[in-house]
Design a binder for this molecule. Structure first.
Ligand code: HEM
Length: 484
């Protein structure tokens, strides 16, 4: 009985509160107030919306211009503009303009919003893979957290040394610095490397392209390449397993490729059964694509900035030589050494601020909600864009200036620096990527200086971050500088 009274009184209170709200919010004509407006902005052209302008500003190397232009056009006070509406990739979309907007999206995952990937990506990756990263996220997180990565620092160092010995040392004239899969995944066979790189280039080009699947379009070529790559990787896994069985000792040194494949082979599917080779191959392809381009693009940007800014190069060299000089001959880098790379780490962060390889990603509203006085209806897509806050002088004064000291002390305003995204889908490979990059920089600067063959060469988003002319550089080994 008491329970019944409690329930009835709760219902009564709710009804009363609801009535009072409705009475208070009715206007003089006894009508309910209109729903809040959608954010200001324009849907652009029919179908393609403002996608072309979005892609073109990125290709011109200034993705932030897409956002700045619209802030000026639609907001009375552009410097405090919070959100605008557009239409991208066939979807009506709200674009967040501030660190608070990023925080809002990242902290409302699965409450007000959920991850959303453009239709292109759904088409490129088979539907069975849509939940791919959610399924293996716990495994990734376990293997890619700093504690687990500690033991791989020496292996990363050994692979980097071998890579520089084989492919960089003794380059007579100029060298195209663009790294390769060989470096990233320790895959040696040049034919395999070339084939996989070909697939990756086609797949990445289709991610954020016009969503038209017709023979010859970027999207169509990406879908074909993705199917071939999955088959190819599955065959590699089967061959790799045969080799491991015939030589149980395996490769004592291990390697990155082994890190990924063995990590996934340990994984069980949801029902506790070991994963099928085709599932492992699917996930391995996803990881290769998610990780490879971004790390390579960051290394290219680093090579570019260090050649343009000799004072930054000198400071990185000084820090890295102190570490190199503290080691015995042939001793590999370890966890403690990486912790000492404080200035170099700030340089990497500043490169990722100025040239984040991922423009941003997307979320979808799972319910109607109000953001900053504007209605975001259920189903509307939302976009956070790293360039929007990274190039905003409110968070990064004099934003075009390369200044690693921004990352000393307390660092930037929370949620203004977002090269790895945020919230539940935040990049699980971020620490792995940072270590890989730091180890590479150690080896590169302690061996070489370099200069760009094309001094005016730039990095642009096309739609992934790439150097405009392939980044050929002239390498000057330190020994030859001393001899000269
Ligand atoms: C400099 C290098 C990298 C950058 C800048 C980067 C950036 C990003 C960004 C912005 C996202 C989306 C996060 C979001 O939506 O909030 C992401 C997701 C992801 N990244 Fe990375 N990433 C890098 C390297 C890597 C590496 C090396 C791996 C390999 C393990 C990796 C694996 C992933 C995966 C699996 C996801 C999807 C996570 C999910 O949806 O749950 N990334 N990354």
């Amino acid at each position: 009985m008491e329970l019944l009274i409690l329930i009835l009184s709760s219902v009564f209170v709710c009804v009363c509160v609801n009535y009072v709200i409705r009475v208070l919010t009715k206007n003089d004509n006894n009508e309910l107030p209109p729903a809040p407006p959608l954010p200001p902005g324009s849907a652009g052209w029919p179908m393609i919306g403002e996608t072309l302008d979005y892609l073109n500003t990125a290709r011109d190397g200034v993705p932030e211009k897409f956002i700045e232009d619209r802030k000026k056009k639609y907001c009375t006070f552009p410097e405090v503009c919070k959100v605008f509406k557009t239409s991208l990739l066939l979807e009506p979309m709200a674009v967040m303009c501030t660190a608070a907007g990023n925080k809002f999206l990242f902290s409302n995952e699965n409450k007000l919003v959920k991850s959303w990937w453009p239709n292109n990506i759904d088409q490129i990756f088979a539907s069975s893979e849509k939940s791919s990263f959610h399924e293996i996220r716990p495994v990734l997180t376990k293997h890619l957290k700093p504690d687990s990565l500690q033991k791989f620092i020496g292996i990363m160092d050994a692979i980097t040394k071998e890579h520089l010995d084989t492919y960089w040392e003794n380059q007579k004239d100029q060298y195209t610095s663009t790294m390769s899969l060989r470096f990233f995944f320790n895959i040696e066979d040049p034919q395999v490397v070339a084939e996989l790189e070909g697939f990756i280039t086609l797949i990445s080009a289709g991610f954020i392209s016009l969503p038209i699947n017709f023979p010859g379009t970027k999207l169509n070529r990406a879908i074909e390449a993705s199917q071939k790559m999955r088959k190819y990787v599955e065959n590699m896994l089967v061959e790799g397993r045969k080799m491991r069985t015939s030589s149980p000792a395996g490769d004592a040194r291990g390697g990155d490729y082994d890190l990924w494949s063995s990590m996934l082979m340990q994984t069980s599917s949801v029902d506790g059964q070991p994963m099928k080779d085709s599932d492992i191959a699917n996930k391995l392809c996803g990881l290769i694509i998610a990780g490879y381009d971004n790390v390579i693009a960051t290394l290219d940007s680093i090579i570019m900035y260090l050649s343009e800014l000799p004072h930054v190069y000198d400071a990185v060299l000084k820090e890295q030589m102190e570490i190199a000089n503290s080691k015995a001959a042939g001793e590999l880098l370890n966890w403690g050494d990486v912790q000492k790379m404080k200035y170099t780490r700030c340089v990497v962060s500043e490169v990722l601020r100025l040239k984040p390889p991922v423009l941003g990603t997307f979320r979808e509203a799972i319910t109607d909600f109000i953001y900053e006085g504007y209605l975001i209806p259920k189903g509307m897509k939302l976009h956070w864009n790293a360039y929007g806050t990274h190039k905003n002088p409110e968070y990064f004064p004099n934003p075009e200036k390369f200044d690693p000291s921004r990352f000393q002390g307390d660092g930037p305003t929370p949620f203004s620096y977002v090269p790895f995204g945020g919230g539940a889908p935040m990049c699980p490979g971020r620490e792995y990527a940072r270590f890989k990059i730091l180890v590479f920089m150690h080896n590169l600067v302690t061996r070489f200086r370099w200069e760009k063959v094309f001094p005016d060469e730039k990095m642009i988003m096309d739609p992934i971050l790439v150097p405009t002319k392939g980044l050929p550089i002239r390498l000057y080994p330190h020994a030859s500088i001393q001899r000269a």
